[in-house]
Design a protein around this ligand. Structure first.
Ligand SMILES: [Cu+2]
Length: 140
């Protein structure tokens, strides 16, 4: 009986320690809250014209709330998020995302190369889908 209690305590301690570590990791992470909205627009609270700015190579936690527009993909994705280099429209590895309805999180790493980037939606989400894009700047 005593052994079982000790074991339980250990489990609780390990649980607490890993929760703390997770907290620390999130404290260092750049958290970005984004809405991919039903009017085929990206939105960021407090920004009239949404833009994302990150530091080169920093860890980013992208928390997205997606709301369905007029149409969506067969796999249930309702909006996309693909990062392109502004200079040549080439895709950035690891930044090709698809959103399902509701809130979802992505752990990403900011591009290593400072400069101007463009986020575009890759799901034909409405007749206004072409207007679903935003600027992303990577600072040195
Ligand atoms: Cu879209």
């Amino acid at each position: 009986m005593k052994k079982a209690v000790t074991f339980c305590r250990k489990v609780v301690l390990i649980g607490a320690a890993s929760a703390l570590l997770a907290l620390r990791a999130s404290a260092q992470m750049h958290v970005i809250e984004l809405v991919a909205d039903s009017d085929s627009r990206y939105k960021i609270a407090g920004q009239h014209h949404p833009e994302i700015t990150v530091k080169a190579g920093e860890p980013v936690l992208l928390r997205v709330t997606a709301r369905r527009a007029k149409s969506w993909n067969r796999d249930g994705s309702i909006h996309g998020f693909t990062l392109l280099r502004a200079k040549d429209r080439s895709k950035v590895d690891g930044w090709n995302l698809l959103f399902k309805p509701g809130t979802q999180e992505f752990q990403l790493t900011a591009p290593a190369e400072p400069g101007e980037y463009e986020v575009v939606c890759t799901v034909i989400c409405s007749e206004d889908h072409e207007g679903m894009h935003m600027k992303l700047t990577v600072l040195p």
